[in-house]
Design a protein. Sequence first.
Length: 459
Amino acid sequence: MNTKKFCDSFVWGVTTASYQIEGGVKDGGRGESIWDRFSHIPGRVLHDDHGDIACDSYHRAEEDVRLLKELGVKAYRFSIAWPRIFPGGYGQVSEDGLRYYEELIDGLLEAGIEPYVTLYHWDLPQKLQDEGGWTNRKTAEYFCDYCGVLFERFGGRVRHWITLNEPWVVAFVGNYTGKMAPGLRDFSAALTASHVQLLAHGMAVRLFRSMGLDGEIGVTLNLSPKEALTDTPENLEAAVRHDGYANRWFLEPLFVGSYPEDMWEWYGRQQVVLPEICPGDMELIRQPVDFLGINYYNIDYTVSDLSVWPIGFRTGFSGGNPMTHYQMPVIPEGLKKILVRVHNDYHPPKIYITENGASYQEHPDRNGQVQDDARIDYVHTHLQKAAEAVEEGVPLAGYFVWTLMDDFEWNTGYENQFGLVYVDRKTLARTKKKSFFWYRQVIDSNGAVLEENEEHDRR
Ligand code: FCB
């Protein structure tokens, strides 16, 4: 591997999200979000965990900025909680909410860390959900108003904006499988929720451009290769559909300006109500972005199963791969595959890996150290594949580890620990794991240490 491929300006970072770390759900006049509501419905989240306190970052932002500084990251990707800015989704702006993020942003800049702000990482104001959430086109307009307030206040200081995080999860896991907030089970609603999110993205990009702000704007998708579990014609066909369902359904509107035809037809045949596309929608959605953010965790293996309406497949277990505690197979090659494929098929001007990481359950040992070699190995092997993708011409500009510290992992509660920093659930004390010190070396050496480790492994 030639890690020199990580250019000098390569952005090394970590990512978090507001609801997963902040807590302080009633502080500063914050309004209720769909995740507050959902996580308090018994049985929806493992162990009935919720984010009321989470990592208490709302009250410990300074300490967390110090951690980031010690980690040596060039960039911190975090999200802004919409209900902190507009407690009711629209209408009255909360100055307290703005001030919280202002202090965080100023603290980061003082520490020499570039803020990468995600505008929507799943915590929709509950008030908007009551009005139809992402199935209501008005939500896109409200999103744009909310973005306008942030652009106005933080434009110039924040130079990297991500409109949406993983709109596929929001649409389909939120509205079709119902495993995440708002927890609905309506496939047609999920399709509309994807369209309205894409509209919201387009409106925010257009507004950003019209304000002439310095910096860049893009969107983050969760992408992963979808492969047939076994090479039967049915499974091969289902894998193409799986790719259409999860990857192309977002990539094509954003980069081609239309929904994938095969999927549109398939859903039509399944009697699904397709989203209403109004004149101008697709042009709005296809506006050029400055970068694409990709979150990668694993490859999905597909098994044809026409009993699963309306998608006609399910995800199978391949065996043979090591598994994380989340039961995600560890397949670094998939990262390279998706990077090269997206580059070849859609040519985004620039790509960031905006999330990649692994959940393992390590706890401090007798000496108070957290020896998370499996996490180091995960990040190491994925970075090797990222470097190979760069060699193949992928314009990869940065890599962000998911995540800074053990946090609230949505419907799995606190069970999955992805952090470079361990968080004691009782005291909330932060303990740097071995991976924290290792990643710091990666950053310090701009990736060169990956090669040294490799040689060391070979010896
Ligand atoms: C992604 C989410 C992120 C985190 C990781 C593990 O889907 O964007 O918030 O929970 O999964």
